[in-house]
Design a protein. Structure first.
Length: 225
């Protein structure tokens, strides 16, 4: 089986929990349900701390009502994070309250609304990058958490949930393993998956060298014209 796919995660859960291949207590569907809960948990954490590993490609938004609202085609659930530009190369649009005349849009779940009852048309856009809530893991639906090696967190989280079912076991061991894998262990110098991913692209964001005005002028569209 490929490393870190759904079958591999299932096998790890059974192996670490010392469960038999045919288990009357925990079926494969039960393990996949716990792995799905774990993925939802860690998607939320990664969206807050290291969203760059989960961003979608830019997608052009569409409007069903003449520019009053815009939505991402095919997106039904609430995005965990979203970044919207007025065009593929345009400025980032800023969210705000529906009554705020300085806001570019107001979030409404899976769509955005132009504030104050206004409508707006875009020549080519707007474009969105977003982090979508992941689907449920199963034998046919693969995990979506990236990078793949971070999926060990799903295994530890599922094992902690398994150990706490009915209150019959102490989940503390698996919770410690999850904590160490995610955030590191100062006793051993282990950095942890989340801090390592933060270091991976530490120049990203609004406080980087380009945002402070040190980028080459020819990379700025307004100056390169």
């Amino acid at each position: 089986m490929p490393l870190w796919d759904s079958a591999d995660l299932l096998a790890r859960c059974k192996r670490y929990a010392a469960r038999p291949p045919l288990d009357a207590q925990m079926t494969d569907a039960d393990w996949y349900a716990l792995l799905s809960e774990a993925q939802h948990h860690w998607f939320g954490v990664f969206a807050a701390h290291v969203p760059h590993v989960l961003w979608s490609a830019p997608v052009r938004m569409t409007t069903p009502d003449g520019g009053q609202t815009y939505e991402i085609p095919g997106l039904t659930g609430y995005p965990l994070a979203i970044e919207i530009r007025e065009s593929r190369t345009g400025r980032v649009l800023l969210p705000g309250a529906e009554w705020d005349w300085l806001a570019d849009f107001t979030p409404e779940g899976a769509r955005i609304r132009i504030p104050n009852g206004q409508s707006r048309s875009f020549g080519d856009g707007p474009y969105a990058r977003y982090i979508e809530v992941p689907p449920e893991i199963s034998d046919t639906v693969q995990p979506k958490l990236e990078p793949p090696y971070a999926r060990i967190l799903l295994v530890y989280h599922a094992l902690a949930k398994w150990a706490s079912i009915g209150g019959w076991q102490n989940p503390a061991y698996w919770e410690r393993e999850e904590q160490k894998a995610a955030w590191g262990d100062p006793e051993t110098g282990q950095l942890g998956i989340v801090p390592a991913l933060k270091e991976q692209w530490q120049q990203m964001g609004t406080d980087n060298w380009r945002a402070r005005g040190h980028g080459p002028w020819w990379r700025v569209p307004e100056l390169a014209r």
